[in-house]
Design a protein around this ligand. Structure first.
Ligand code: SAH
Length: 396
């Protein structure tokens, strides 16, 4: 079928030529190619103002990012291209990891904009986060079966991004028999994750390299894991030899799974969970005179949209300030942020200013980002979203 064209205004091809994949609606020449001409998810030929082909994109007329490139030539996003992109994605992950537990597809960075696939051995957890990806759902499922031959595929189409794209939300088993809970291996530790009901895809592979820092800092220590989810940091710290680990989360199911993770790894005796709002729990621990050698702070994105920046930044200050107050002298603070709207300098400044307020000396020992199965696209700053600092906090 002949594709329709989408024409850009003069000079608006520059970002695409610079490597980016997104087209904003104000960059389109809507006199010649009005956006209402297109169905959500439809693929189009993207042209410069004078008709030169820039590539093929899928469109969503109701989204601010009204189109995303899927190829820079004539290739449309069909079975063949999805298979090729998946093979490329898989080749990288098998180079990076010995075991099949990783983020297999990280959207734009794997040239599959709007698609996320996490792999738990034979089980796949998939997010179709755009109308364009939803439109090729069958092609994506075909390609996943062909390239991975999985036992099951769960569509975790419950993310809020889908609402912005005008898509329905829901969780669905699209292939095979999907267990409620999957096992994965990370940093040599077996972890259980809830496939259908967990946060996002069920597990946060992005923190893998930063969790591994605890190998060095956890042995013999008392560790507090704030916003623990199912205990990614806490359980790995316990397996690395922590004397005691305490996980804090507002979600009871998450803490129950953390408890199971502790038992699965034979560290149930050193694990405990506290259910509640992290801010209140940390204040309570402080009032009780509790102290820890290591505190991990890995909150949900406090800054979801740019306009939340001021309030969100305050929340990062408050929680890290509390965390720092709970440390023994010469303790370790691991502070993370997954908000793409929070810069690394801002997170570093959160640590600096907490130290200043408390009269403590802050030494940043390690800086981390998301693991390499979440590659960064150098033209798309949003793909570099995770920040983590590990700091020693001493008397000033
Ligand atoms: N550190 C985790 C990931 C954290 S995800 C890991 O390594 O896997 C964020 C977690 O914060 C979720 O589990 C969510 O339930 C929890 N959460 C969100 N708001 C909270 C709050 N105000 N107090 C405590 N936990 C909260």
């Amino acid at each position: 079928m002949e594709l329709q064209s989408l024409r850009l205004k003069r000079h608006e091809e520059r970002r695409l030529l610079g490597g980016h994949l997104w087209i904003y609606s104000n960059e389109v020449n809507t006199q010649e190619t009005p956006l209402h001409m297109y169905r959500a998810g439809e693929q189009v030929r993207v042209e410069t103002h004078n008709g030169k082909l820039l590539g093929i994109a899928y469109v969503n007329p109701q989204s601010l990012i009204c189109a995303r490139l899927v190829s820079r030539g004539e290739d449309v996003l069909d079975r063949t291209l999805v298979v090729h992109r998946l093979q490329q994605a898989l080749k990288l992950r098998t180079q990076l990891f010995d075991e099949p537990y990783y983020r297999l597809v990280f959207g734009e960075s794997d040239l599959l904009p709007g698609l996320v696939v996490d792999r738990f051995g034979p089980h796949l957890s998939v997010q179709l986060n755009s109308a364009g990806m939803e439109a090729v759902r069958d092609e994506v499922l075909y390609a996943l079966k062909k390239v991975i031959t999985p036992q099951s595929i769960v569509l975790r189409n419950d993310s809020s991004i889908r609402v912005l794209e005008g898509l329905p939300q829901g969780v669905e088993v699209a292939w095979g028999e999907a267990p409620k809970v999957v096992e994965l291996l990370e940093n040599g530790v077996i972890m259980l994750a809830p496939l259908h009901e967990g946060q996002k895809t069920g597990w946060f592979y992005d923190q893998r390299p930063n969790r591994a820092w605890l190998r060095l800092f956890a042995p013999g220590k008392r560790v507090l894991d704030v916003f623990s989810y199912v205990g990614g940091f806490a359980i790995q710290a316990a397996v690395y030899g922590a004397r005691e680990v305490v996980a804090v989360d507002a979600s009871r199911p998450a803490l129950e799974m953390a408890e199971k993770n502790a038992e699965r790894n034979g560290v149930g005796k050193v694990f405990s969970g506290i259910e509640g709002d992290a801010f209140a729990v940390l204040k309570g621990l402080k009032a009780d005179g509790e102290h820890f050698d290591v505190v991990v702070v890995d909150p949900p994105a406090f800054i979801k949209r740019k306009k939340d920046h001021k309030e969100g930044l305050k929340a990062y200050h408050r929680i890290n300030d509390l965390a720092m107050q709970l440390l023994h002298p010469d303790g370790i603070l691991l502070a993370a942020s997954c908000s793409m709207h929070l810069g690394r300098e801002e997170l570093m400044d959160v640590l600096r200013s907490a130290g200043q307020r408390q009269g403590k000396h802050v030494q940043i020992l390690m800086e981390g980002m998301q693991g390499p199965d979440h590659p960064v696209h150098p033209a798309i700053p949003e793909t570099r979203y995770l920040k983590a600092f590990l700091a020693r906090i001493s008397k000033g």
